[in-house]
Write a protein that binds this ligand. Structure first.
Ligand SMILES: Nc1ncnc2c1ncn2[C@@H]1O[C@H](COP(=O)(O)OP(=O)(O)OP(=O)(O)O)[C@@H](O)[C@H]1O
Ligand SMILES: [Mg+2]
Length: 456
């Protein structure tokens, strides 16, 4: 668990997100509170619930980005889900608990991968031995070894135990040097595809949190087929199989559940889409239903997953929405009460856009510079070009739809289209983008509002 101080969290977020100080402050406090809770005496620890947050702000101003970066910073299991998804046709009634299952599955997968990495070396060593066994069966008569491995053993007529060992070692060296890469070995490959099972695992089963394939897969006898495979491929397959065997799945699952329960973050996007003005009818029924379904999860309950029950008491929920047509107070009161912290995010203007273009660690200008550098092209953006792009972005946002910082993506792509297209064959490897270049590119499009609606 991360023990970053709030100010350190904000600083870390600053590296990727420009402005939005209030939101950064709120999430940093929420994260620190988790750490604090862990230090509190056991008796009270379980009583302290996370203070869930609603981020309120127009599209493209960094809501998702803040939550995502926060999760990465804290090394927390993170899952983003659109609240509106639960009201869609065909999804009605899809139980909202699935988000906890998904989060758990994600975490299990991640930890299993980490564990596989940890045992990789060991698995590779075992694989090496097994391949050597295949290349040089222990029971093999010394004579056959001789005839098969003439290059290795061309000395005496009889091969003693010691010779056999040295043959193995020589073979090992050849194996590691890749000299046997063209050789084939017979390998028993387990055949896991079981078409019959597919019929069961259709929609609906997932809701029960049971995976039929997993269940039956362990019951049915393993189908193995003998195949001829090249040595490197065989090494890879055997190493993978061994790694799976070395992983202690019980431990992985236990760790994953603990991690989800203690530091999971669920990002509930578009929460405003399930809010409805009082007195509404029709689709509102299902919206309110979703809110009611959310209640126990946010409040804290045990969700059954295929890995066992997962308690949601200490999972942090960060909801987000534009709240154009409604307010947080249009959510049902019970749900409002479970999201005590509300923060507004500011809409972005030219001033922020200039900074967003250059300052973040993953800044767009940097991305394009690096992309073009792979074609040996050095592209330089003059300062006046950057402020012009930012100005155009603000202007287009005002005149058409305000899509926040996402506008910069469309603008940059449009601006650099020609260069990106011709890059491999450009004579002049040094490209300078100045204000004039930006003006030339955008002036025609901007004159025509309909055109800019489509292109920018
Ligand atoms: N304040 C910001 N600083 C840096 N980059 C930003 C900022 N706001 C948005 N961006 C960039 O804009 C893109 C969209 O941002 P994000 O996904 O966070 O939007 P959002 O607020 O979640 O919008 P929506 O309501 O549509 O989901 C991201 O690629 C992000 O990098
Ligand atoms: Mg978003």
């Amino acid at each position: 668990m991360s023990d970053l101080k709030p100010i350190e969290i904000v600083r870390a977020l600053d590296k990727y997100i420009i402005g939005q100080d209030k939101a950064k402050k709120s999430v940093s406090i929420a994260l620190r509170n988790r750490w604090r809770r862990r230090q509190v005496g056991e008796e009270l620890r379980d009583e302290i619930a996370p203070k869930n947050i609603i981020l309120i702000g127009p599209t493209g101003v960094g809501k998702t980005e803040i939550a995502r970066r926060l999760a990465r910073l804290a090394d927390s299991p993170f899952f983003k889900v659109e609240a509106s998804k639960f009201t869609e046709v065909g999804y009605v009634g899809r139980d909202v608990e699935s988000m906890i299952r998904d989060l758990t599955q994600l975490t299990v997968n991640e930890l299993r991968r980490a564990e596989a990495d940890a045992v990789k070396e060991k698995a590779q060593k075992i694989a090496e031995e097994r391949i050597l066994d295949l290349l040089l069966p222990k029971t093999l008569e010394p004579k056959t070894i001789k005839s098969e491995e003439e290059t290795l053993d061309d000395s005496g007529n009889t091969v003693s135990e010691a010779d056999k060992n040295s043959t193995r070692e020589k073979l090992r060296i050849m194996l590691l040097k890749g000299k046997l890469d063209e050789r084939y070995v017979d390998l028993d490959v387990s055949d896991k595809s079981m078409p019959v099972v597919e019929i069961f695992s259709s929609a609906g089963m997932e809701e029960m949190g049971v995976n039929m394939k997993d269940m039956l897969g362990n019951l049915l006898p393993k189908n193995t087929k003998r195949r001829k495979v090249k040595v490197p491929e065989a090494m890879e397959m055997v190493a993978q199989e061994e790694a799976q065997g070395l992983i202690d799945m019980d431990k992985v699952v236990k760790k994953a559940i603990e991690k989800v329960e203690q530091s999971g973050i669920i990002f509930l996007d578009e929460i405003d889409k399930v809010a409805s003005k009082a007195g509404g009818q029709g689709p509102d029924v299902s919206r309110e239903g979703v809110q009611r379904d959310l209640l126990p999860i946010v409040e804290g309950c045990a969700v059954t997953t295929k890995y066992g029950p997962v308690k949601t008491d200490h999972i942090l929920f960060i909801a987000s929405g534009a709240f154009h047509a409604c307010k947080p107070s249009d959510l049902i009161p019970e749900l409002q009460g479970r999201f005590p912290i509300r923060v507004g995010l500011d809409s972005l203007g030219a001033k922020e856009f200039v900074r967003i273009l250059v300052e973040p660690k993953n800044a767009l200008i940097l991305q394009y510079t690096e992309l073009l550098a792979t074609e040996d092209i050095e592209i330089v953006f003059k300062e006046n070009a950057i402020s012009e792009i930012a100005r155009v972005a603000e202007d287009v946002n005002n005149r058409t739809e305000n899509i926040g910082a996402r506008r910069l993506h469309t603008l940059m792509e449009c601006l650099l289209e020609d260069i990106l297209f011709k890059a491999p064959d450009l004579e002049n490897k040094h490209v300078v983008i100045d204000k004039k270049y930006v003006d030339d590119k955008f002036s025609d499009i901007r004159k025509d509002e309909d055109l800019s609606r489509f292109i920018l």
